[in-house]
Design a protein around this ligand. Sequence first.
Ligand code: SAH
Ligand code: SF4
Ligand code: F3S
Length: 452
Amino acid sequence: MPSVLIKTYGCQMNERDTEQVASMFLAGGYELTKDEDTADIILINTCSVREKAELKAQGKMGLLCARPHAKPWVVYGFMGCMSQSCGQDLFRIIPRLDIVTGTRQYHNVYQLCNRLLRSRLGNPPTEPLRRGAHICHTEHEDGFQNAIRDHLPPSGHCTAFVSIMQGCDMRCSYCIVPSTRGEECSRPMDDILREARELVDRGVKEITLLGQIVNRYGKEQPLINGRSAFVRLLEQLSDIDGLERLRFTSPHPIGFREDLVRAYTYLPKLCSHIHFPMQSGSDRILALMRRPYKNEKYIRLCEAMREARPDLAITTDIIVGFPGETDDDYQQTKAAVERIQFDNAFIFQYSPRRDTIAAAMPDQICLRVKEERNHDLLETVNRIATARNNALVGTLQHILVESLSKNNPNRLQGRTSQNKPVMIPAGSAAIGSIVPVRITESTGFTLYGEPA
Ligand code: SAH
Ligand code: SF4
Ligand code: F3S
């Protein structure tokens, strides 16, 4: 049986896309492998959001292609955002590379790879071995959003991602995503509901809806009874029997209205966690970033959501070292972090991206200052996150038991509604079940507990 190895970098959208590609290989009679030495096809799903992510994928593929491989016919391919953004250039950087497919070609990856592998395995092969085939597909297809296929989550998984939209029409000045993921387009609601029901039939208990600005889902549709298409989608998904938990990521303050805040009061399946990117606490920097809100509006939304759902955990993304960021701007970000008391935050050092407005801005911040701000903010974020987790010791939390712990086979791991990881003794609950757990210990980031 031929085998395929797929490595994934980047965001949850890439993880979901990898699952879709993997399920097409499985349906075609391939097996999935983690073994670089025996795989017949090696694919990397790539991210472009920061330079580091691109260099990592190129470095990894460069090493893989340079090594002698037991199977001279092995097919090497890049998929995803960096492929979309760099296209043919990748063959110049890594000549042995065979296939490059963009973000609107995931449904064609299996066929392209399978065809190339078969032609190399023929006797005699009709395609040269050990030399890049240089097949590049990054074109956009109309109606692509309807080709987002259902996908099998890896077997035994009780959680799944569901893409509800593609692309992004915002033009945040630092961001490459609009050019890698194209225009915003939403999937038909019926398709999403059907996919969700199928996932639940296969044992999925928790679904995370994905979109670059997930709350802009179906934004061209009119409000019905004051509710947006996104809120109506949440309501309909909530009605699916057997689906226990609903999450979404990432929301954006634009189009985040009262109806979505209110949803936290009447949709109990909606989890008590929101990942809500703030980016900066300085209005001057937000304007330079072309983020269409002021810090005060962002904070008001956080407060309104906490009022609607008092135990809501809020996490965020923050960029430090954006061009022109003064120490005063940075201190405003730090003050906002203290004020909001995030449960956690991803802090990113600004990375200039090709063809973005911010990359050409004056006053680029030097690496040393970016690193200083990063470390300083991380201390604040970690202190607050630790205190918030420690405060959960002694409380009763419901956790969805997801799997055996990766580091300790005597433990099971699950997550609370607030998305906090919790370890419980192995054998104390069934994978896929939701159990009440008394939290007994916190290490700051991981919680430990006993089923109650
Ligand atoms: N669509 C989401 C963000 C997707 S990108 C949203 O708007 O909320 C994920 C995160 O990467 C962003 O929130 C941002 O914090 C970070 N990011 C994006 N471009 C970046 C860049 N050029 N340098 C550093 N971080 C960046
Ligand atoms: Fe990038 Fe902004 Fe779109 Fe998010 S909203 S993907 S940060 S352009
Ligand atoms: Fe990266 Fe593409 Fe996601 S650039 S963050 S993998 S949308």
